[in-house]
Write a protein that binds this ligand. Structure first.
Ligand SMILES: [Zn+2]
Length: 480
């Protein structure tokens, strides 16, 4: 991988997810609700450690609209309803009077006399959690000594408005520490926009914190739990991987990243070690099996870190519409997780060849969906069921490897997938409205290589033909 000049740095423009019913409500307001600016702040207090209850105060002022419409990010229509997790305790207008709250299915409408409201609600973190959904157990969590909070689990947010610099203050139990990706003091943060508010994972408690500056970017790691490696070993792995990826794109996208590391809840099985990772823009959750030792860190945990960190560019900066291009986002990200470990010396080339060949023959080639449903079709259903997800991730990986080889072939080794990703990142930086679609991808490839990839995608992504293992992998395997 070669190093790049820094990307043109621009603020990332957050798009607030459209909320059901939101568009229709706009007509009733006198001011343009999507551009209205006012001050919004939150105070979060840990109320009851044992039952996992938080108290949140929301304060809005300087509003011109007569009503404030609030909602939560609905993860799925049957989970996380407003009522199960969020209990409204008090709503006052800025004249100090109780103000009516009209509860609908997906939002609350609150009259904002005096240009704002003061709202107090409780968050019952364990309420309404579907324990059958694996990832739901992995997000927010609270124990006697620490907590991990994901913004979407605790913040009730305005449906409308262009809200910036949202201040969040935390009241913590004694001896607890806060680790927040937008931290400004020991117990407060200023979050740039609503999207970042619900996309941040925040750590608090009796944490072991470490940090290192890589390429001018502050990496903070907050660890809970005991493992068979030292915290500094993990910091070394994370820093090395992050540094390599920053070099691919010419530098970091942010000034700071936070990694929240905790024990995987299924730790303790001597046969299989469990790992889980999730990326939230400036923060990352990493759950590691407690039996992991220093050497093992370079395997699954490193692959997870490299995968999640690469999503900063592929998925967050270069973004898709819904899951339309998930085959590309996930496939390319997984491909670069391997490339990053290779570059870091955490994976040897012969081992890489055998891992890839193994995944190809045992996971992809024999998959029941192969030849029945195209990768593009399957990738839209990803995360709905496990098998479709597996098919998309492994198919995506081999399409990414195939695309890399194809770019190499048609340009006589002048260009590679590295160059395509860099070009896409530049396009996304320059144009905040840039969305990765089949068309924008093909246009970027045409510019880069002078070749039309439409037919290639027709075969391997939108059709039923299977990608092959790259030639350099089969050659390496033949040497055995
Ligand atoms: Zn991913």
């Amino acid at each position: 991988m070669r190093e790049r000049p820094p990307l043109w740095r621009a603020a990332l423009v957050g798009i607030v997810a459209a909320v059901i019913g939101g568009a229709a409500l706009g007509f009733a307001l006198r001011v343009d609700p999507d551009t209205e600016q006012y001050e919004l702040s939150y105070q979060v207090k840990v109320l009851d450690l044992k039952n996992g209850v938080l108290q949140v105060r929301l304060h809005a002022e300087g509003m011109r609209s007569p009503n404030l419409y609030l909602t939560t990010v609905v993860v799925s229509p049957d989970q996380n309803r407003l009522s199960a997790r969020f209990r409204l305790r008090e709503a006052r207008d800025l004249n100090g009077h109780d103000t009516p709250v009209e509860a609908q299915d997906d939002y609350w409408k609150i009259r904002a006399k005096g240009g704002g409201i003061d709202l107090r609600y409780e968050v019952w973190l364990r309420a309404g959690i579907d324990t059958g959904v694996f990832s739901r157990q992995m997000l927010s969590d609270i124990t006697e000594t620490s907590a991990r909070l994901v913004g979407s689990d605790i913040f009730i947010i305005p449906v409308f408005g262009d809200l910036r610099n949202i201040r969040v203050e935390y009241t913590l139990p004694p001896h607890w520490e806060l680790v927040h990706p937008f931290q400004c003091t020991a117990t407060a943060a200023v979050v740039p926009d609503v999207k970042s508010l619900y996309h941040s994972a925040v750590g608090m408690g009796r944490l072991r914190t470490l940090e290192r500056t890589v390429r001018g970017c502050r990496l903070r790691v907050a660890v809970t739990g005991r493992y068979d490696f030292q915290d500094r070993d993990l910091l070394a792995v994370l820093s090395q991987l992050a540094g390599i990826q920053m070099d691919i794109f010419g530098g970091p996208l942010r000034d700071e990243y936070v990694f929240l590391v905790g024990p995987h809840p299924e730790s303790g099985d001597p046969e299989i070690l469990h790992y889980f990772g999730l990326h939230y823009d400036g923060s990352m959750i990493l759950l590691i099996d407690t039996n992991t030792d220093r050497k093992r860190l370079q395997q699954e945990p490193a692959q997870l870190c490299a995968h999640e960190f690469y999503h900063n560019w592929c998925g967050e900066l270069i973004r898709q519409h819904r899951y339309d291009m998930n085959w590309f986002i996930e496939g390319v990200t997984e491909f670069y997780a391997y490339q990053t470990r290779l570059e870091a010396g955490m994976l040897s080339f012969p081992d890489y060849a055998s891992v890839l060949s193994d995944r190809f023959h045992r996971e992809y080639e024999v998959h029941p969906l192969r030849g029945k449903i195209s990768l593009a079709q399957a990738s839209k259903k990803v995360l709905i069921d496990r098998e479709t997800t597996r098919y998309t991730y492994s198919g995506g990986l081999f399409v990414a490897a195939g695309l890399d080889e194809q770019i190499d072939d048609v340009t006589r080794q002048q260009e590679s997938l590295d160059d395509l990703m860099y070009d896409l990142a530049v396009r996304a930086q320059r144009d905040p409205d840039f969305v990765l679609t089949r068309q924008t991808l093909e246009a970027a490839l045409l510019d880069l290589t002078g070749h039309d990839f439409h037919g290639w995608f027709d075969r391997y992504v939108y059709g039923l033909e299977s990608p092959h293992l790259p030639g350099y992998i089969t050659q390496q395997m033949a040497l055995r």
